[in-house]
Design a protein around this ligand. Structure first.
Ligand code: GLU
Length: 292
């Protein structure tokens, strides 16, 4: 099957070896199938994302020998599309505004439970708010998030029987209810990761999502969003995360593991790929299809 894959980093720091492993997983799956590898910049959080990190990631990935179709999709330029999805969900009664602060949620929840993505499970305070009060708060411009009404979403026919396909493992059962009323638009950013990623994978025709295993639990919620929006379901391959010598997961804060530093220290792309645990440098993959 000809795959459309993507590497979808958030430009909140320089690329590290974990990103290299992830980008190469997508690149390889696309090249081996004669398909297309996409780069997508997930920069909806305009406070944490910085232009120099976007430029930096292009430079690093090109230096590694990867290529991708232009123009690159930058999520921050597509907020109107995400808004339309939110409006459609609201019109179906699947979304409601939530005026609670983090503290409100903690107080209402007592000992808060957490969703698989680390968010606090919402106790539902604003779900059944009096419509007059809700309208008044909205009219007054009160800051709010938009939450999925999980109970209602699960009433969409078929929503309780979803699975996603993990490559090499087969169908995986979904339990999106573990997310509670997930945030689909944040107070500070008028969209959320879960919404944008599923929208864009569908819009860009991504057939195989390759990403770190840390995002595997989120797939249940993504599958639900795909189902209620009528979007196609890609297949998934969640790869292990790279760890440092102490067994701690690599993160952007670990400057030593950043590609830019390695490049400037004189390492070759092949050496960086090896350090990322990819033993055969991508040229081996790309020469096989003659794309570089
Ligand atoms: N933008 C996400 C991140 O940098 C990855 C999204 C995805 O692969 O689903 O963690």
């Amino acid at each position: 099957m000809t795959e459309i894959t993507r590497f979808a980093p958030s430009p909140t720091g320089h690329l590290h070896l974990g990103h290299v492993a992830s980008a190469l997983a997508g690149w390889r799956a696309a090249m081996e199938s004669g398909g297309t590898f996409l780069l997508r910049v997930e920069d909806i959080d305009t406070v944490r994302c910085r232009p120099e990190f976007i430029t930096g990631l292009y430079t690093d990935l090109e230096w590694l020998g990867l290529s991708w179709p232009r123009p690159v999709r930058r999520q921050s330029l597509h907020m109107a599309e995400y808004r339309r999805v939110l409006d459609a969900l609201a019109a179906r009664g699947l979304l409601y505004p939530c005026f609670c602060t983090r503290r409100d949620i903690m107080e209402a929840a007592g000992a808060p439970h957490h969703a698989p993505d680390g968010a606090m499970i919402y106790p539902g305070t604003c779900r059944d708010m009096d419509p007059g009060r809700r309208a008044a708060l909205l009219a007054a411009g009160a800051p709010h998030a938009l939450r999925l009404d999980m109970a209602r979403a699960l009433c969409v026919p078929g929503a309780r029987d979803l699975t996603w396909h993990e490559l090499g493992e087969g169908p995986q059962p979904c339990q999106p209810e573990r997310f509670g009323d997930a945030v689909l638009a944040r107070r500070d950013v008028p969209a959320s990761y879960h919404l944008c990623v599923t929208h864009d994978d569908a819009m860009q025709g991504v057939s195989l999502v390759t990403r770190g295993v840390d995002l595997r639990p989120a797939t249940a919620l993504h599958r639900l969003l795909q189902h209620i929006m009528g979007w196609p379901a890609p297949r998934y391959r969640h790869h292990p995360l790279l760890c440092d010598a102490t067994g701690r997961r690599l993160a952007k804060r670990d400057g030593a593991a950043c590609v830019r530093a390695m490049r400037m220290a004189g390492m070759t792309p092949r050496q960086v790929c090896r350090a990322a645990g990819v033993s055969d440098h991508i040229s081996a993959v790309s020469s096989a299809v003659g794309s570089l």
